[in-house]
Design a protein. Structure first.
Length: 220
C-alpha cells in the first residue's frame, strides 16, 4: 500500500511517501505560516523524486490536530481533495498521537505536549503500549504536571518551551527527547494511518474535519 502522509499541525510541516511500513521519502518544510504556498509543490516534488504519479497512491493519511488553525485546514483540505478526486482511502490521525509515537519505544508513559499559546498547551498522555490515556485537552503546564503518575517522557513544542518548569516540578520523573524528535512527522502519520485503514477505520472525505480544541481568533 503506497501512502502519502501529510502533517501540518505546526508551522513545521512535512510530507512523506511510504510503501506498507517502509518510508520511501520524507520532506520537511519549516517555513512558518505558509503551508498554502508550500504544501502542494512539495507533494508534487516528492512524487516526482520517487518516480510516482498521484494515481500510484493508494491512500492519504493526514494529521487532524489539535494545532494551528490555518495549517490544519490546509493539510486536511488537501488530503480530502486528493482522496475524493482519485478515489483513494483516507485516514485522519490525531497530531498528538503522531508526536507521541516518536517516544513509544521508551517503555515509559508519554506526554505529547504542543504550545497552544496564552501560557497553555495541548496535551495527551499515552501509556507504554501507546494507548491513549486521556483525550486531547488544553491546560497550563502546571496542571499537566499534576497528572503525571510515574516516569514520563515529555515530547513536543510545549515540552521544549516549558522544560525548566517541568523539570523543577517533577525532577527525575520527567524525561525529555533530543530536539529533532519534538516535531510530529508525516512519516509517523502514514504509519499510524495505515494501521487505521487496515483495521477498517477509514475516514470519509466529505466529513473529516480538523480537531481544534479552541475557537479561532475570528470566532472569539
Amino acid at each position: 500500500m503506497k501512502i502519502l502522509g501529510i502533517e501540518t499541525s505546526t508551522f513545521s510541516g512535512s510530507v512523506s511517501i511510504s510503501d506498507d511500513d517502509t518510508i520511501l521519502c520524507e520532506y520537511v518544510f519549516n517555513t512558518g505560516p505558509r503551508h498554502n504556498e508550500v504544501l502542494i509543490p512539495t507533494i508534487e516534488r516528492l512524487l516526482s523524486d520517487c518516480g510516482f504519479g498521484k494515481n500510484d497512491l493508494d491512500a492519504v493519511c493526514v494529521s487532524t490536530g489539535p494545532g494551528s488553525f490555518t495549517s490544519l485546514r490546509i493539510g486536511v483540505s488537501t488530503a480530502k481533495a486528493l482522496c475524493y478526486s482519485l478515489g483513494m482511502d483516507l485516514a485522519g490521525v490525531p497530531s498528538l498521537e503522531i508526536l507521541a509515537s516518536n517516544a513509544f519505544w521508551s517503555g515509559n508513559d508519554v506526554c505529547a505536549m504542543t504550545d497552544a499559546g496564552r501560557g497553555e498547551v495541548f496535551f495527551s498522555f499515552y501509556d507504554l503500549r501507546g494507548e491513549e490515556m486521556n483525550p486531547a485537552e488544553i491546560a497550563t503546564p502546571e496542571s499537566v504536571c499534576t497528572r503525571v503518575r510515574e516516569k514520563t517522557v515529555f515530547v513536543g513544542s510545549g515540552a521544549l518551551l516549558h522544560e525548566n518548569l517541568i523539570r523543577e516540578t517533577l525532577g527525575k520523573s520527567a524525561v525529555f527527547l533530543p530536539a529533532n524528535l519534538n516535531t510530529p512527522r508525516a512519516s509517523g502519520c502514514a504509519l499510524l494511518g495505515r494501521k487505521k485503514i487496515l483495521s477498517g477505520q477509514k475516514d470519509d472525505p466529505f466529513t473529516l474535519t480538523p480537531f481544534y480544541l479552541r475557537r479561532s481568533a475570528a470566532e472569539r
